[in-house]
Design a protein around this ligand. Structure first.
Ligand code: GAL
Length: 360
């Protein structure tokens, strides 16, 4: 039995909710990259890949035809190539940075892959975002990806079984529901890593977009963007998006910083599942995006490391031509006792809900 069929068996044994339309459900766990489509009645079309449980494109109707709002590549080689900076993928086991590429849990120290200077970024170079996931499709407006991460992968303890279900609603929301289980105590903090440009992927900048984030603080970061453990008020700084602000209005003040632009974890104000935690608008087209989540943090990343790589349809992705709004736990949580815990124990079920609603 290979790794992935093992995953699916476990999903059912573990008692996950079975879809009602079981007769149409199909599974895909061949070791081949494949694309899957969800469409709604309003002309929203989302394409996914089983490689990294990735959102490949998100099209909405535009005046001259469909407009694709997320960066990506035409084919698998692009996603497996050097130019892929986590475009649209599911990041795991722990999104964002872990300082010193190590952490301790119950008296044991775990050494991770240092892939961002001396720190770990997005779980390391292999794993969740770079592997093929099993797929359940034919679920109507939903598609579910499942990944079985073995004990020791990336240096993390415990085998983890993680699923992410994408649902495209008639209200134009792309809803993401995660479920994770482990067979030994570990840490789990996945996120979704789409790069948005509401002018259309490949448009030259995102600095003309207007953003609002309902957060009064960010986690203060030191060298290597590793949190100091303190929270810093956004008031009076270029990080203040409590009222709508153009992304480009104050970004130059961040040019010389370690973040090289916006690359900050916002401490979201107390919120419920129906509350919009962030809203992005593109005034020139009228398109907008709203984020809802049950997570405590939102990483705002303004594409500072994009360098003009060639993406879908031969378009180039320039410096700061997209923005990521990544819902997650706080960076470096395993080493920060005052941050919300991302610990997961056997018998517990990790869940996350995040949604991206588009409008035009
Ligand atoms: C973001 C992170 C950035 C950068 C990017 C990938 O999530 O905040 O610092 O690493 O991923 O290039």
């Amino acid at each position: 039995m290979n790794h992935l069929s093992f995953s699916l068996t476990l999903v059912c044994l573990a008692g996950c909710a079975l879809p009602t339309e079981t007769s149409t459900v199909q599974t895909w766990n061949e070791p081949v990259e494949r694309r899957f489509v969800l469409e709604n009645g309003n002309g929203v079309r989302a394409v996914f890949s089983n490689l990294g449980a990735t959102l490949v494109s998100l099209e909405v109707p535009g005046p001259d035809g469909p407009v694709d709002l997320v960066l990506g590549f035409d084919d698998e080689s692009g996603y497996r190539g050097q130019d892929n900076q986590y475009f649209g993928c599911t990041v795991g086991r722990v999104a964002n940075r872990i300082g010193g590429a190590s952490f301790s849990l119950d008296g044991m120290t775990y050494t991770l892959e240092a892939n961002d200077g001396e720190n770990t970024l997005h779980g390391g170079t292999s794993g969740y975002h770079a592997d093929l996931w099993a797929v359940e499709h034919g679920l109507g407006d939903r598609i579910r990806f499942t990944y079985s991460s073995p004990h020791g992968q990336g240096g993390y303890p415990g085998g983890v079984l993680l699923s992410v279900e994408y649902r495209l609603t008639e209200a134009n929301a792309l809803e993401l529901r995660y479920e994770g289980r482990t067979d030994a105590v570990t840490v789990l903090n996945p996120t979704h890593h789409s790069y948005f440009n509401l002018a259309g992927a490949g448009a030259p900048t995102v600095l003309d977009h207007v953003l609002q984030i309902h957060a009064n603080e960010v986690t203060e970061a030191g060298p290597g963007l590793i949190p100091t453990g303190a929270l810093a008020a956004v008031e009076g700084t270029p990080l203040d998006f409590r009222t709508k602000q153009a992304l480009g209005r104050r970004i130059a003040a961040l040019d010389g910083t370690a973040a090289k632009g916006y690359d900050h974890n916002y401490v979201l104000a107390p919120h419920g599942l129906q509350d919009v935690v962030a809203r992005l608008e593109h005034p020139a087209s009228g398109r907008w995006l709203e984020v809802r989540t049950d997570q405590p943090g939102l990483q705002l990343y303004s594409g500072n490391f994009l360098f003009g790589q060639l993406g879908k349809g031969g378009r180039r992705y320039a410096h700061r031509s997209a923005v990521c709004l990544e819902a997650q736990g706080f960076p470096d949580s395993p080493n920060q006792p005052t941050f919300p815990s991302i610990r997961l124990e056997p018998g517990e079920v990790y869940t996350q809900f995040t949604s991206y609603t588009v409008g035009w």
